[in-house]
Design a protein around this ligand. Structure first.
Ligand code: SF4
Ligand code: SF4
Length: 181
């Protein structure tokens, strides 16, 4: 049936590479790759381990780490700039102004959405919102991911006293004005 090598119907096949030579190449490559792997293993073997037994042990963080936020509430002026700068709209705040004093009701940050991008930190005119080194926020409840950044709510005794003093001074001024008229 015309299948003989080199006949008119079937072209001649190229000669196979020498299997003996291939065997030596395989052996060489196997020895070299094993030696490379072992050299990496040996180098790593004498290095200090980089893993730690979390949560008993914790890694030291870089100074620029952007973790969970904290607020210096006494400096905050309720200007809303941080909330407006947030690209995912995850900061909510509410306060009542009593002259210069602020009665805080809400200042929350929703970590279900927060990207820890720090875009809320830079525009703050009072430099009072920061990202710290805390990162553990483990919960089974999504609602627990909305953190309250307020240290206190409402008015402190000091604020109440200042408001009372301001109101008393204003009442005295008004009374003086009335006397004059
Ligand atoms: S870190 Fe980014 S995403 Fe999170 S609150 Fe600030 S601006 Fe919004
Ligand atoms: S930008 Fe700063 S001062 Fe203004 S509301 Fe945010 S934290 Fe407060």
């Amino acid at each position: 049936m015309g299948s003989m090598e080199g006949d008119a119907l079937t072209p001649a096949r190229p000669p196979k590479p020498s299997s003996f030579r291939r065997w030596w190449v395989n052996l060489y490559e196997g020895v070299v790759s094993t030696a490379q792997g072992m050299s990496i293993t040996l180098r790593t073997f004498f290095k200090k381990p980089v893993t730690v037994q979390y949560p008993e042990q914790e890694l030291e963080l870089d100074g620029r780490y952007r973790g969970i936020h904290f607020l210096e509430q006494d400096l905050c002026i309720y200007c809303d700039v941080c909330a407006k700068a947030c690209p995912v709209d995850c900061i909510e705040m509410d306060a009542t102004r009593h002259g210069k004093e602020l009665e805080w009701h809400v200042f929350t940050l929703d970590y279900n959405r927060c990207m820890l991008c720090e875009l809320c930190v830079y525009p703050c005119p009072k430099d009072c919102i920061h990202q710290g080194e805390e990162y553990a926020l483990v919960t089974e409840n999504r609602e627990d991911m909305v953190l309250d950044l307020l240290t206190w709510k409402g008015l402190t005794d000091e604020q109440k006293q200042k408001i009372a003093e301001t109101e008393a001074a204003k009442a005295a001024r008004d009374a003086e004005k009335e006397k004059g008229e």
